[in-house]
Design a protein around this ligand. Structure first.
Ligand code: ADP
Length: 945
């Protein structure tokens, strides 16, 4: 049954039909057999009955008259009938009277007697001879006597028995059944053939349906239909299937239509969004432009105010006038802080707040901040302490100006909101790995404190702890919001907690990269610690050699002592000889004593007390800050000390001996150098009359002759007719702006085949990120942001032309209060003077002349080299590119033009890699760099002659 269920539809149909037909035929066959058997037997009995009746008629006389011969003749006549086995005539007593048997007389003689002639005995004998399993059939008949005179029945006279042999009858029946079986088998075969034919009319359409369903599901093609011309149930099934496909197709078409409609709508919306986005971008650009303009508009007059007060303070004033002027300057600076805050806030709003990534000296910066805020705190009679962990790196990369801004805000607030107690700034390492260090800065105050619910608010823009703050302390509520943004931009976080007893603790963390100092590039450093005398106290020769190598590359004069005693001796000797050591680097682990003890000894001697002490210890906790302070150790570094940190320790004045707060130093009258060949002439292109006066005064105090142009066109005209050493170009001017004027000047230079000769320095009040890039891209060489101080303008101009020595004198008197970052960014040394010093050292007597000669040769030859390089690049001649770049690289390195040498190296690499891809851009950079190099070299030459 199970196999049938699993078999195919065709087999199922065949087997079902055959099973039905076979069952029907079987029933017919059985019925036929039964009917034949019973019919034949009944017929045989009737015939025997009839024969017995005939025999009884004839036998009656023979028995009555005891005529045996007649009886025997009568029985022998039965031989003619086929199939009779025997016949017997019985007399009145039931004894055989005559008998006949088909097989012979013997058998006839053995006939048994009948028990009697009463009906029961005869019936019993007949019954016994007619049992169905017997191969014979017996029939008895009583021979009746005639009725008596009264019509009463007389007792029987005798009886007759006829026996028939049934075997031939059975054989006939078997034959008939055999024929019947053959006929039925033929009928079954015919049915099978017919079923095979007819089943196709059912299985074929079902097969078609299956195929169609599979095709549709595979191809998703709902247009398919099955053709047919039947009107039975299968026809209905196929029609339903076709209908279903039609419905799906219809639904698919509707969906496609909806999708198309949706796409169209999305397209329309996207277009609208695009328009909205463009509008928003335009608005944002407009906002940025507005910011730039506003910044310019506000900072320009501030430049006038601050510049003029600075100039005014440099003139002869009465004490009262000086006080007033100082107040004006302070207010102006305060106003500038607020303006900068608002600008920063606008930048946050416009998503344009960015941070820089530059190298700086963290300790310098912290000292600087300490220096600036100490007077403010002192003015309120509050001590301000800096507690800086000794293990913080000194030389790091990040944005010093923004760090200063955040610290300034927190310290400013601390000073503002504290009336008594103390302020403490702490710096600790929060986490550190090989590349980066996360610093945690804290500012503790004992001021008014902040309520718990105000704490979450104060970092939002324009929010203050409570309304009375503004009335009592002033402020905009922007500082902390800006600080928060800055700290987050620098990968840190900011928060506030309550101090234990009184006041609050503001903290923030900032991640910085650690700076790697390349000992082979001492150019950055030598001007600051060059010539320092240092004593090295270390018992290990390996450590001494390593340290000596560093110190030598920084041009530090270094002696070594192998023990504490030797160190004390040497220090004493040097002090006695009037050449005390500036610093001593002490190893913590010395035999019989310790670096700390040695330090205390050195500091206890008046002669050696001035020597700055740097302690090198194997671990951070070797000496705690109190011990170090008591022993007079300025810095402790962990061994092996980072070169950058060691350098910074030697270069930074020890904490606690902070320089006085910056005071304005009026520009000194300049002394013209008698040997100077001519007065330097600069063009100042600026439209604002106050700014013109400020800048003119500053430039003239640098001993420069100043011409003024009120707009870009005037400037262009002036450059055409006069020869200038430099142009200071304001970016935003009427008629023609600074960018257009610069572009025109550069174009004319190119047309005249002169190359880029005139240094143009942009002056702009736009304090937005990207201004510097925009100016340099417009063809300007440098960048000066308004408001600028005299030192700043001197520093920038000094990079592009020789300034009289007197003009730089202020640097010695008064350290410029430039943030270290600006110093690094703006004062990029085009020339590493060490290289020139090396050339000079080649000849004892004629060193200077040699330097001049080398520089002249370099300046004369390089333009030709650059031109050849250009044609080699144009002609894809990589071999020549490599060769010339290589030659120029060494020539540039010889004169200390390191940046140019690095560019040459890049180009040389390209040449070696057999490609000129990107070479154009490098060459353009090289040409620009060469202009700067040429100016610097010329300036150096002129300074020296
Ligand atoms: P401003 O100081 O210009 O109001 P800030 O954003 O710097 O703006 O500070 C927001 C507010 O946070 C201040 O107005 C003040 O209420 C609160 N605040 C900041 N620093 C301190 C502090 N050290 N002690 C108490 N309150 C402070």
């Amino acid at each position: 049954m199970q196999t049938l269920e699993r078999s195919s539809l065709n087999r199922k149909l065949t087997s079902m039909c055959l099973q039905a037909a076979a069952s029907a035929l079987l029933v017919v066959y059985v019925a036929f057999a039964l009917a034949t058997v019973t019919g034949e037997r009944r017929e045989e009995r009737q015939e025997l009955e009839a024969l017995a009746a005939v025999l009884a008629q004839g036998g009656l006389d023979a028995v009555q008259f005891n005529d045996r011969r007649l009886a025997t003749q009568l029985l022998a006549a039965l031989e003619a009938r086929r199939g009779l086995a025997s016949a017997v005539l019985y007399d009145r007593k039931g004894q055989p009277f005559a008998a006949w048997h088909a097989t012979g007389q013997d058998a006839a003689d053995k006939v048994e007697a009948l028990g009697g002639l009463d009906p029961d005995t005869v019936a019993a004998a007949a019954d016994a001879g007619s049992r169905p399993w017997l191969p014979v059939l017996r029939v008895y008949r009583v021979l009746g006597a005639p009725l008596d005179a009264d019509g009463r029945a007389l007792p029987p006279v005798g009886a007759v028995m006829i026996e028939s042999d049934l075997v031939p009858l059975w054989l006939d029946i078997a034959r008939a059944l055999g024929v019947m079986a053959v006929a039925l088998a033929a009928a079954l075969l015919t049915a099978f053939v017919l079923v095979r034919r007819l089943r196709r009319s059912i299985s074929d359409p079902i097969g078609k349906l299956i195929n169609a369903a599979q095709k549709v599901s595979a191809s998703q093609n709902y247009t398919l239909r099955i053709a047919h011309n039947r009107n039975d149930e299968l026809g209905v099934l196929i029609d339903s299937f076709n209908n279903m496909l039609a419905q799906i197709e219809g639904r698919g078409a509707a969906l496609t239509h909806h999708r198309d409609e949706l796409e169209r709508q999305v397209g329309v919306r996207t277009e609208q969004l695009e328009k909205a986005k463009n509008a928003a971008e335009a608005a944002s650009r407009a906002k940025s432009a507005f910011l730039a303009t506003m910044s310019h508009e506000i900072r320009t007059p501030m430049n006038g105010v601050l510049g003029m007060t600075e100039m005014l303070l440099g003139t002869e004033l009465t004490e009262t006038q000086r006080n007033y002027t100082r107040l004006v300057k302070q207010s102006g600076e305060h106003l500038l802080v607020i303006i900068n805050d608002i600008l920063d806030f606008s930048k946050i709003e416009a998503g344009k707040l960015t941070v820089e990534y530059i190298n700086f000296n963290l300790w310098d910066l912290l000292d600087d901040i300490h220096t600036v805020y100490t007077p403010q705190a002192e003015a309120k009679n509050i001590p301000l302490h800096f507690d800086i962990a000794n293990d913080i790196p000194v030389a790091i990369c990040g944005d010093p100006n923004r760090l200063r801004q955040i610290m300034a805000n927190l310290l400013g607030n601390a000073v503002k909101f504290t009336d008594q107690g103390r302020i403490l700034a702490k710096v600790r390492i929060a986490s550190e790995d090989n590349q980066a260090v996360m610093l945690r800065f804290e500012v503790h105050d004992t001021g008014i404190g902040i309520s718990r619910d105000a704490r979450s608010r104060i970092f939002e823009a324009f929010s203050q702890a409570d309304d009375s703050t503004t009335r009592k302390y002033g402020g905009t509520g922007l500082g902390l919001a800006i600080s928060k943004q800055l700290v987050e931009l620098m990968g840190g976080s900011i928060g506030v907690e309550n101090a234990l007893t009184q006041g609050s603790v503001f903290w923030f963390t900032v991640a910085f990269d650690k700076r790697r100092v390349d000992p082979d590039a001492p150019g950055d450093h030598q001007h600051t610690i060059d010539g320092l005398r240092v004593l090295l106290v270390d018992e290990s020769e390996t450590s001494r050699i390593g340290l000596e190598r560093h110190l030598a590359t920084w041009r530090v004069e270094c002696d070594a002592a192998e023990s504490a005693d030797e160190a004390l001796e040497r220090l004493d000797e040097a002090a006695r000889a009037g050449r005390p050591y500036d610093a001593a680097i002490l190893d913590m682990e010395l035999s019989h004593t310790s670096g700390l003890l040695l330090a205390a000894q050195i500091k206890s001697e008046a002669a050696t007390r001035a020597t700055r002490l740097v302690l090198l210890s194997p671990e951070r906790l070797a000496a705690d800050p109190v011990q170090r302070r008591e022993a007079g150790v300025a810095y402790q570094l962990i061994k092996p000390a980072r070169a950058a940190d060691l350098f910074a320790c030697l270069a930074t004045p020890p904490r606690g001996q902070v320089a006085p707060a910056p005071r304005f130093m009026p520009p000194r009258p300049l002394h013209l150098d008698a040997n100077r060949p001519r007065t330097r002439r600069v063009l100042l292109a600026e439209d604002n009359p106050v700014n013109i006066e400020v800048a003119r005064a500053m430039l003239e105090s640098l001993d420069l002759q100043v011409d003024c142009a009120r707009n870009g066109e005037d400037a262009l005209q002036a450059v055409r007719t006069n020869s200038y050493d430099a142009v200071l170009m304001d970016c935003q001017m009427p008629v023609m702006d600074g960018f257009a004027a610069t572009a025109a000047i550069r174009r004319e230079e190119r047309e005249a085949g002169r190359g880029r000769v005139l240094p143009i320095i942009a002056i702009t009040a736009n304090a937005l990120q990207g201004d510097r890039e925009a100016c340099l891209a417009a063809g300007m060489d440098d960048y000066l942001s308004k408001p600028f101080s005299q030192q700043e303008i001197a520093a920038v101009i000094g990079r592009w032309m020789a300034l009289p020595l007197a003009a730089t004198v202020h640097h010695d008197d008064e350290p410029p209060r430039l943030p270290p970052a600006s110093v690094e960014v703006i004062q990029r040394d085009v020339i590493n003077r060490v290289a020139l010093d090396k050339i000079r050292a080649l000849s004892r007597d004629r060193g200077d002349a040699l330097v001049q000669k080398v520089i002249a040769a370099y300046v004369d030859d390089t333009p030709q080299q650059l031109r050849t390089l250009r044609s080699a690049i144009d002609g894809l001649d990589t071999g020549n590119v490599r060769r010339i770049a290589h030659t120029l690289k060494s020539a540039s390195a010889n004169v200390g033009a390191e940046a140019l040498a690095a560019l040459c190296k890049e180009l040389e690499h390209l040449g070696r890699a057999d490609t000129t891809e990107g070479a154009d851009a490098i060459l353009t950079d090289m040409e620009q760099e060469f202009q700067a190099v040429r100016h610097s070299l010329t300036a150096i030459l002129e300074k020296e002659t």
